[in-house]
Ligand binder design. Structure first.
Ligand code: DX5
Ligand code: ZN
Length: 221
């Protein structure tokens, strides 16, 4: 029987109603483990979401822990700013960081969980050396930049490799992009335990109910 405690659902508010974000978060907070906040600078990815000041206000007003996914070029400096304001988890892209090991250590040093994200084209095989400084791996299941894209099933091999690499260490394994009722069990079966879902949750007529059903679906395999 799968343990529901090991499954974390982190709804992405990227495509929620931005003008009423507090309300959107309040609709799902009690059934979600984290809120996934996608930070985009229109440089690392061709889209802009929130600058630091706007993100800080969302993070400080959020009733549950925030999982910040930094898709920005200037990540080695800004990751520390996110950690310093109490973001529960700060994830950097290995493709954007000049000094990933040092930045991950600094995130932890500031009291946040340290996440390392890989774009679809980045292989996991080179990252064994990071196991001692990482609290979560994020395997992207779409090209970062936009919500509402199709799940890349061919990333499941990388999820399996990452699960094998993690072994029995208490490192979370997150997937992000195209997670829905049709795909969450596939990612769970491959070894993911932390699931970002944006459009599946916020395009649903009942977002909280969708979070619950996604959790059950992940636990069903
Ligand atoms: C994409 C973002 C995702 C996005 C997920 O770059 O990292 O977090 O919001 O949205 P869906 O679930 O719609 O693919
Ligand atoms: Zn994301």
């Amino acid at each position: 029987m799968p343990n529901l405690q090991e499954i974390r659902i982190s709804p992405s508010v990227l495509n929620a109603d931005r003008d009423n974000l507090q309300h959107e978060i309040s609709r799902i907070a009690s059934v979600s483990d984290l809120i996934h906040l996608d930070i985009m600078d229109d440089k690392f990815v061709p889209n802009f979401s929130w600058d630091f000041a706007a993100a800080e206000s969302i993070i400080k007003g959020c009733p549950i822990p925030v999982d910040a996914h930094l898709m920005i070029e200037d990540v080695d400096r800004l990751a520390l700013d996110y950690a310093a304001i109490g973001t529960a988890s700060v994830t950097i892209h290995v493709e954007a960081s000049q000094t990933p090991r040092a930045t991950l250590k600094n995130i932890r040093g500031a009291g946040s969980r340290a996440g390392l994200a890989l774009k679809p084209g980045t292989a996991i095989t080179d990252y064994e050396d990071f196991l001692d400084v990482v609290d979560m791996f994020l395997i992207m299941t779409v090209e970062p930049g936009f919500g509402g894209q199709s799940f890349m099933g061919d990333m499941m091999q990388k999820v399996r490799q990452t699960r094998e690499l993690i072994g029995d260490r208490p490192i979370w394994l997150q997937v992000d992009g195209g997670i829905s009722l049709d795909t969450i069990a596939i990612a769970r079966e491959a070894g993911a335990d932390t699931f970002v879902a944006g459009s599946a949750v916020f395009n649903s007529p009942d977002p909280a109910e969708m979070v619950k059903i996604l959790r059950q679906r992940a636990a069903s395999i």
